[in-house]
Design a protein around this ligand. Structure first.
Ligand code: EPZ
Length: 418
């Protein structure tokens, strides 16, 4: 199995370009099923999750061409000859469920694997189904599959018990071609929701309120093709900001939007890290002396849960006691065990982690348990004394485009071993 071998690294220097955002791209690719016209999406990194979505859409009958060099995908769903996805194509990626709405709208049916739980939580879809039921779709769940069908979707007022990103995206897509108007209350406001809404508006959808807790969608008769450059990945950007902080480095990030990173920048500033917004991007510098912080993950505009593991790595080296509270997922501290193998001092108490800063971490054999936990381990490995071997790196490659190459270009001692 492939592994990352990482040696202690100091003072990352240079410039890194942030790739297109996985969590905007996946719903946008699913939305291409809403029209028979050709859609073009630019700034598409060749992530394994992107390749999985390409394979899934092809399985429904869409024609896709992905040029990994150009980082461009064209999608034409002129013909959909099945609305059922098998477990092997759809089961490995939870975001496959984002095709439920476009299939329901276009073909009035969908049959997809029930997204299983994963390391970080049970990952239910009750809010997605609540929205679809309110709009006139029935569903049944058996043998690990969820089947949906409708005589036609009708606009409705839908209140989300939790501002779920995926449920907001699925309901928003379903509402674009429903009869009448849909209002989603307590909607998720993540930047990825806004990027999907921008793409849907380019296709002719009538959506307002995206980026707030109330999104209104007026159903239209049809949608047409569109061209879109996907937003930069705010979590990849946050990962590189923390990489500079942990190695006492000084790097410039290209292709970032500061408004997507406000909670991360605020917390890094509290840690004593200097950041400067320049016309080329964000410059981050650190002398490697880090102050402890208290963090509580919240839906946007709060501190993003996807940055929680990465910040836990950071504060293991802070001068004092930090507390991290995870409010979004019920089991997202698995990385703490791997960090403790490297000498971190972490105590978990239900939804909170208490981290006592230590003088240094030491290289060890560790395992990536999920995408962001894997990224966190890479950063700890750069800061640690000695060599670290990280296994199960397929998790990391789901959401980071050749992270080891980008880090090596900044001076990091990291390479992939087959
Ligand atoms: C998206 O997942 C992201 N994935 C996740 O990123 C991210 O952590 C998450 O949003 C929160 O920001 C993609 O966009 C592909 P949710 P999603 O529905 O949509 C509960 C990464 O590392 N919930 O907002 O699945 C759920 O249990 C990944 O890139 C329900 O109760 O997240 C969880 O506790 C990890 N019922 C909370 O909401 C539902 O029907 C947040 O889930 C749906 C969700």
């Amino acid at each position: 199995m492939e592994r990352f071998i990482v040696q202690h690294t100091e003072k990352l220097q240079g410039t890194v370009t942030i790739s297109g955002a996985k969590n905007a791209l996946l719903p946008i690719l699913a939305a291409c099923l809403l029209t028979e016209d050709t859609c073009t999406v630019c700034d598409v990194p060749p992530l394994t999750d992107v390749l999985a979505m390409v394979e899934l859409l092809r399985g429904f009958g869409a024609e896709l061409f992905f040029d990994p060099k150009e980082q461009k995908i064209t999608v034409q769903a002129k013909r959909i000859f099945t609305t059922e996805a098998s477990d092997e194509t759809a089961g490995k990626m939870r975001a496959s469920f984002l095709t439920a709405a476009p299939l329901l709208v276009r073909m009035r049916s969908a049959k997809l694997p029930l997204p299983g739980g994963c390391q970080i939580g049970s990952r239910p879809i009750d809010l997605h189904l609540k929205g679809f039921s309110a709009m006139g779709a029935e569903n049944k769940q058996e043998h690990g599959m969820v089947e949906l069908w409708t005589k036609g979707l009708v606009g409705e007022n839908i209140y989300l018990d939790f501002p779920s990103v995926g449920a907001t995206e699925n309901i928003m897509m379903a509402a674009t071609l429903a009869k009448g108007t849909t209002v989603i209350e307590n909607a998720a406001a993540e930047p990825e929701i806004c990027d999907l809404a921008v793409f849907l508006r380019k296709m002719g959808a009538k959506i307002t309120g995206d980026g707030t807790d109330t999104v209104m969608i007026e159903g239209v008769d049809s949608l047409h093709g569109a061209v879109h450059r996907v937003m930069p990945d705010r979590i990849e950007a946050g990962t590189f900001l923390v990489a500079a902080a942990m190695t006492g480095g000084n790097i410039l990030l290209h292709n970032v939007r500061e408004e997507h990173l406000k909670p991360v920048i605020a917390k890094l500033t509290e840690c004593g890290v200097q950041m400067e917004l320049t016309k080329e991007g964000i410059r981050v510098a650190s002398k490697g002396i880090l102050a402890p912080v208290h963090i509580k993950t919240m839906p946007f505009p709060g501190f993003p849960t996807d940055m929680q593991a990465i910040f836990m790595s950071l504060v293991t080296l802070a001068k004092g006691t930090s507390v991290i509270t995870e409010t979004v997922f019920e089991n997202r501290f698995i990385h703490a065990g791997e960090l403790k193998r490297m000498g971190a001092d972490i105590t978990i108490d239900s939804r909170s982690a208490i981290i006592e800063g230590v003088e240094e971490l030491t290289g060890s054999k560790v395992r990536a348990t999920d995408l962001r936990a894997g990224a966190a381990l890479i950063l700890s490995a750069l800061a640690a004394r000695g060599e670290t071997e990280i296994s199960d790196i397929y998790h990391i490659e789901r959401g980071y485009d050749h992270i080891e190459k980008k880090l090596r270009a900044l001076g990091a001692n990291i390479y992939k071993e087959e």
